[in-house]
Design a protein around this ligand. Structure first.
Ligand code: UDP
Ligand code: MG
Length: 233
């Protein structure tokens, strides 16, 4: 039977980016030797994202839409997309084209070679400001020093897993506060890294304020390390 690749895309107020994302990504997906499905998770957008997604789904049977009742956050959107995907491999990516769809054929090759986890490591980030880059390095420094896990500093929410690894993530990593890109790097299985150059956001603006990132970082540290608890005691 023909194999299928599922692409999971989380969208929060992405009305300005969605059509271009769909056009560029579909073009790449059509060139693959595998069948595919494109799963958009609308994470409670308040703009016109859902109308655009419904329109895309009406015109293309490969497009599926999961629509959240409100904003639950990027992590929740990715796991929901994985829940709904039925492919032999799953690629998670952002809707703003910062994760270049041209990388998908290379990712697929790695899945075909038998890798269960493919982490996409960023070499350059054209749109993140200096503050974001510095706080991001600080975050990884802390987490790598106080927990047992090792997280790749420039790994992103652009990654791929085999259906087997996806099953493990779905059934064993259902905490309310999640850091999927960290789990992906620590579930074991044959894993490989590929590098990519992050493009500038195609339209719209980043949904992550410094404040949101700070809260997210604290949650993640609590999720991976019991050092704060020990310090408290
Ligand atoms: N996103 C989401 N829910 C949120 C915030 C963001 O689904 O609450 C999506 C967003 O639409 C994008 C991806 O997560 O596809 C990454 O967000 P963004 O590009 O704003 O973050 P940045 O790349 O600036 O870190
Ligand atoms: Mg982005």
């Amino acid at each position: 039977m023909e194999k299928k690749l599922s692409v999971v895309v989380s969208c929060y107020n992405e009305e300005l980016a969605l059509r271009q994302f769909y056009a560029e990504t579909s073009k790449v997906l059509k060139s693959l030797s595998w069948d595919y499905e494109l799963i958009f998770v609308n994470d409670g957008s308040q703009d016109g994202s859902i109308e655009i997604l419904k329109e895309l789904a009406a015109g293309d049977e490969k497009v599926k839409v999961v629509d959240f009742s409100r904003n639950f956050g990027h992590e929740a959107a990715m796991i929901a997309g994985m829940d709904y995907s039925s492919g032999d491999g799953i690629v998670c990516m952002d809707a703003d084209l910062q994760h270049p769809p041209e990388c998908i054929p290379e990712i697929l090759k790695k899945i075909e070679e038998g890798f269960h986890v493919i982490t996409m490591v960023r070499t350059k980030n054209r749109s993140a400001g200096k503050i974001k880059n510095i706080t991001s390095s600080g975050f990884y420094w802390v987490i790598n020093h106080i927990s047992d896990v090792h997280l790749e500093p420039n790994a992103s929410d652009f990654f791929a897993v085999s259906s087997h690894a996806a099953r493990v993530l779905r059934s064993n990593y259902r905490e309310k506060v999640r850091f999927l890109r960290g789990y992906v790097q620590n579930i074991g299985f044959a894993r490989t890294n590929l590098t990519y150059e992050a493009r500038a956001r195609v339209a719209g603006e980043s949904k992550y304020s410094i404040k949101k990132l700070f809260v997210f970082s604290i949650n993640t540290i609590l999720c991976f390390s019991n050092m704060p608890l020990k310090l408290g005691i």
